[in-house]
Design a protein around this ligand. Structure first.
Ligand code: MN
Length: 248
């Protein structure tokens, strides 16, 4: 059994090389996988499945995912803080299956908690308040009812506010809070956790309540290099992804 986990690709049409890296990964590098999990922030921004600005580009990504899922490799998706408005229309086009924002899966007989990771950053109080607002179904329904131009403007404002706030925050405030990590692991009865969001790829091993605990943090993608967590009979490994093109 080989299960793959990726997150934080932050795809946008302005960065075609990063999209090409994903398409190459989907079409040539993971055919032998049993499942692919995308733990959020597949896209840099998403203002609704009806966005017509980069519709063709969005369909290209959906079609590549559809080809993989159609070949029998299930793709599971958990929303991130950038693409939480991905909806049923995109999911149907891509053939992906939505996961709850925190979900426990069975991985080789072990329960493993999956999250995007932003909820673990509890030291960032302002962000958590913002998250509570934008993840509320009423806010999302109102947002999606706005004309696209208005949504685009609002999303741009939110990103700018986030950029300014992020620039002023200490690095440790934007990392996970260890006490929160341990609280959610106890709450879900797991000793294994996989998440992204912080862009600090690593596999942390420690002892939690006398038992070995492990937290894998997925890496973010750049134009020339991606990151994947491979889980198989050999264990858990973070690997780099580069293009395997015939042009090399
Ligand atoms: Mn994120």
């Amino acid at each position: 059994m080989t299960t793959l986990f990726i997150s934080d690709l932050h795809l946008e049409s302005a960065h075609p090389a990063r999209t090409a890296l994903l398409l190459d990964f989907l079409s040539r590098q993971i055919q032998s996988a049993d499942a692919l999990y995308i733990l959020g922030d597949l896209f840099e921004a998403w203002i609704g499945d009806d966005d017509d600005a980069d519709a063709e580009w969005g369909l290209t990504v959906a079609a590549a995912l559809q080809t993989l899922t159609g070949s029998g490799v299930p793709v599971f998706f958990l929303h991130g803080n950038r693409d939480f408005l991905i909806g049923e229309r995109f999911a149907a086009a891509a053939g992906i299956q939505f996961l709850l924002e925190s979900v426990v899966i069975d991985l080789a007989g072990e329960p493993v908690l999956l999250l995007h990771g932003d909820t673990l950053c509890t030291d960032d109080v302002d962000y958590q308040a913002f998250r509570t607002q934008v993840r509320h179904p009423v806010w999302q329904t109102q947002m999606l009812a706005l004309p696209l131009a208005q949504r685009r403007a609002l999303a741009g404002q939110l990103r700018e506010t986030s950029r300014q706030a992020t620039g002023q925050k200490a690095a440790e405030i934007m990392d996970v809070n260890q006490a929160e990590v341990e609280r959610v692991m106890r709450h879900h009865g797991v000793r294994r956790l996989i998440h992204g969001h912080t862009h600090r790829p690593a596999i942390h091993n420690w002892t939690l309540d006398g038992q070995p605990a492990r937290r894998a943090v997925l890496g973010d993608w750049q134009d020339e290099q991606g990151s994947v967590l491979r889980c198989d009979e050999l264990g858990w490994r973070l690997e780099s992804i580069v293009r395997s093109g015939a042009d090399q």
